[in-house]
Design a binder for this molecule. Structure first.
Ligand code: BDR
Ligand code: CA
Length: 318
């Protein structure tokens, strides 16, 4: 432990909960947010760029470089999630347009530049489909020499959300996720199993909204965002992607196990599933010498919900 902040880069599809992640990252003293790269996912990539720039301005961090990345997955079409994140991808809160433009380089170029220029190995935090990261790894594989770890929000051990078994970010671009898993650097999978559990109580959401400080107010309004189907008046709010950033700032709050993980790339109902092998004993393929090598990933199996809620609130209310 050097006491120096951990250099991090977030690759996102802002996105209500990506915005919560950005607000946390710029305010946590143990993190140094070096860049943010944008990819199509929750919204089209140009909307994601606008949302990201606006959030960083509201958070008081307008200097963090932002770059536009892939406008569609490697093979799949774009399938946005406006039904969850609103028409503007940010809960239709009527936020102002950003006052600046993104960097004049693309996301892959910015990622390469910032990773290699960082004084200490970078932790990459993708909270979106993995298209930019796959393109980076294939275009500039040398970046892995200055990557400490990749902590990605994606996948699921148990149940999916985009389909019965597949989580949205992996389902959106399964080939890219498969490339990520074989990056050859330590990887943590912050999947739906923990993602869905970290909920900020309604009282805290109310306090943030009433605080008067622009970044904290925005966090409160985003947490209070509800998809139109449930539409509660005064709801609690999920940290979502922000939980993955909490896991970088405070890894002790997450219980992980190093397990083989494979992305199902076959067409059909299981496409995009992260198949996590939790068997305690060798299976048939191993016994008969037919096993294929699978990447080992630190899979999040449990999370200290109270700890991350406290951490999130203390950080955005600083
Ligand atoms: C993921 O999908 C998006 O809506 C969230 O931002 C998160 O990245 C969860 O499946
Ligand atoms: Ca996201």
């Amino acid at each position: 432990m050097t006491g120096l902040p951990t250099p991090v880069i977030i690759d996102c599809d802002t996105g209500v909960d990506d915005a919560l992640a950005l607000l946390f990252a710029v305010r946590h003293p143990g993190l140094e947010l070096r860049a943010v790269t944008c990819v199509a996912g929750n919204a089209d990539v140009d909307q994601v760029v606008r949302n990201t720039l606006t959030v960083l301005e509201q958070a008081g961090a307008p200097e963090v470089p932002v770059a536009r990345g892939a406008e569609r997955p490697l093979l799949e079409p774009v399938r946005t999630a406006h039904h969850v994140h609103g028409r503007d991808g940010m809960g239709d809160l009527g936020l102002p347009a950003p006052g600046r433009r993104p960097a004049d380089v693309d996301a892959v170029t910015l990622l390469r530049r910032e990773i290699l220029a960082a004084p200490r190995p970078v932790t990459l935090i993708p909270t979106a489909p993995l298209t930019n990261i796959a393109l980076l790894l294939r275009t500039h594989p040398e970046v892995t020499r200055n990557i400490e770890r990749i902590v990605f929000m994606g996948g699921a051990v148990a149940t999916g959300n985009a389909t019965a078994v597949a989580e949205f970010n992996v389902w959106h671009d399964p080939e890219a996720a498969a490339i990520l898993l074989t990056a050859g650097v330590p990887i943590t999978m912050y999947g739906l199993d923990v993602f869905q559990r970290v909920i900020v109580p309604a009282d805290d959401v109310r306090r943030l909204r009433a605080s008067g400080e622009p970044g904290a107010v925005l966090a409160g309004r985003l947490l209070a965002h509800r998809d139109p189907v449930t539409g509660e008046e005064d709801p609690p709010g999920g940290l979502g992607d922000a939980g993955a950033v909490c896991a970088v700032a405070d890894p002790a709050g997450l219980t992980t196990e190093l397990l083989p993980v494979e992305v199902n790339l076959a067409p059909g109902p299981a496409r995009g599933q992260t198949v996590v092998d939790r068997r305690p004993r060798p299976g048939e393929a191993e016994l008969h010498g037919e096993a294929r090598e699978q990447p080992l990933v630190d899979v999040a199996l449990d999370v200290d919900v109270e700890r991350y809620v406290k951490l999130y609130l203390a950080t955005v209310e600083r």
